[in-house]
Design a protein around this ligand. Structure first.
Ligand SMILES: Cc1cc2nc3c(=O)[nH]c(=O)nc-3n(C[C@H](O)[C@H](O)[C@H](O)COP(=O)(O)OP(=O)(O)OC[C@H]3O[C@@H](n4cnc5c(N)ncnc54)[C@H](O)[C@@H]3O)c2cc1C
Length: 446
């Protein structure tokens, strides 16, 4: 008889676990409390706007190898826009633009040449950055328990490159300010990028809504005799003799699963812990706060930049995405230009109303784009995702959960678990595969 595995949560971590196990012939049921898959990496039909909208604009880099592999299996990898080589442009103000790109070569040398040819940055800063990156590549830097701010200071990084490179990079990848973000994660990311010849730094952006990337998963599972169950909420876990004995999902009690993966965020785990009297979960997740991300969608009657995406320096707004350019849909037919403006690590704007957030965006856009006026705005939507990611800090890194728990047939996955990566899509996918491997290992020993 096939082993039966329950995966709880059809975010990208749960999807990754379920696919991994289904491919290896296990009987998997993927339970999701919502009426759709994808969790935070998903989209919703906005009735006001009349469009499918992402819960937030997502950006990736070439290092998302496991995620790209997952999309390849689902047949949707082509729905990503991928840079040929790394290039990011920053607007300093309305008439100064700085381009940070690989020059001549598509590797680390191309990056170093790009760094030294960068305009508006001192030579000393460039040498210090090159020196730090060289130390990271050659693994000469030990894990330190420092924040990114302390780490950059220790390695004498200068303000111009902190503002232009380090700060945007750290805030975007870790959804945290420099004084919170853990340097040990930064080192891991940079090592992964640079030890692979910098090709993994290329920017990747979905050309379509996130839900379209993952929607074939239901068929993928059913083709392998596995099942996706939407609107199925795990309420309670009963432990007997150190193992999961039953799962209460909606109002039904299941007692026939050989192993269980919980691919849910800390908040949900806490709730289940409380209802199931599992103090271990409560202790574990109490170490994590969350950090918000704001996405402001604007529909304009004119194109204010032809860039696919651009960073805004010294602004509360971090990135502007030109959605029609990314999707390649710029034709005469499209009279409206859709933009997504992203503010990461946005807790300090929590008290702003949607209208105030919109106003802040419009003021900034007028400052950066003289050809923009509020009259160009045909429609708008402000999405403030309060619990976008866990806030990882040097203090809570070692509390990130491992896939294996003290209950022998219960495993954990999710972007917040111990992946060595920030709480991102790629971290979530890897955590899902790790938990699935642990399940297979456990079942092979039973
Ligand atoms: C606005 C925003 C912008 C982001 N930008 C980026 C970005 O640019 N790049 C990037 O890499 N990452 C980004 N992220 C982070 C990324 O989306 C997450 O890291 C990733 O989606 C987390 O996946 P997950 O499967 O671990 O968790 P989730 O997506 O949270 O999935 C958990 C699932 O479990 C379900 N669930 C919870 N409780 C139960 C229960 N009791 N029973 C059954 N089901 C349950 C939930 O409904 C959910 O579907 C962003 C996130 C947000 C919100």
């Amino acid at each position: 008889m096939k082993n039966k595995v329950a995966v709880i949560g059809a975010g990208i971590a749960g999807i990754s676990s379920a696919m991994y196990l289904a491919e290896r012939g296990l009987s998997v049921k993927l339970f999701e409390s919502a009426n759709n898959i994808g969790g935070r990496m998903s989209s919703f039909a906005d009735t006001e706007i009349g469009e499918l909208l992402d819960l937030g604009q997502h950006i990736m880099i070439g290092a998302y190898v496991n995620f790209f592999n997952l999309l390849k299996k689902l047949g949707t990898k082509d729905l990503l826009y991928q840079q040929k080589k790394f290039k990011v442009r920053f607007l300093m103000n309305s008439d100064k633009i700085i381009t940070f790109e690989q020059k001549f070569f598509n590797d680390n040398i191309g990056f170093i040449l790009g760094l030294f040819l960068l305009k508006g940055v001192g030579l000393k800063s460039k040498f210090k950055m090159a020196n730090l990156i060289s130390k990271i590549i050659h693994q000469k830097i030990r894990k330190s328990g420092l924040s990114c701010q302390e780490f950059l200071l220790l390695h004498k990084q200068e303000n111009d490159l902190i503002k232009l490179f380090w700060e945007p990079f750290i805030i975007a990848t870790m959804n945290a300010q420099l004084n919170d973000a853990p340097a040990d994660i930064l080192i891991n990311i940079l090592y992964e990028i640079f030890s692979n010849g910098f090709s993994k730094a290329k920017i990747v952006i979905p050309k379509t809504e996130l839900l379209n990337l993952i929607s074939p998963v239901e068929k993928y599972l059913s083709d392998r005799n596995c099942e996706l169950c939407l609107n199925h909420r795990l309420k309670r876990i009963e432990i007997r003799n150190g193992k999961v004995a039953t799962l209460t999902i909606n109002d039904f009690c299941y007692d026939d699963f050989d192993a269980v993966i919980l691919a849910i965020p800390p908040d949900s785990l806490k709730q289940i812990g409380r209802l199931s009297n599992l103090n271990i979960f409560l202790e574990l997740v109490n170490n994590f706060r969350t950090s918000s991300i704001i996405t402001v969608y604007l529909w304009l009657d004119k194109e204010i930049t032809t860039e696919k995406f651009i960073g805004l320096v010294d602004s509360p707004l971090h990135w502007l995405f030109n959605i029609k350019r990314i999707s390649g849909e710029i034709t005469e037919k499209h009279k409206l230009y859709k933009y997504a403006i992203v503010i990461s690590s946005a807790d300090k704007y929590a008290k702003l109303t949607r209208e105030q957030t919109l106003q802040m965006c419009l003021d900034e856009l007028m400052r950066f784009f003289p050809n923009f006026s509020t009259e160009n705005v045909i429609n708008w939507k402000v999405l403030n995702y309060k619990k976008a990611t866990v806030l990882l800090t040097p203090q809570n890194l070692h509390f990130r959960a491992t896939a294996v728990t003290e209950y022998e047939n219960l495993f954990l996955a999710g972007d917040w678990t111990s992946t060595g990566l920030p709480a991102t899509i790629e971290g979530a996918v890897r955590s899902g595969e790790t938990a699935a491997r642990c399940v297979i290992n456990y079942l092979s020993m039973c």
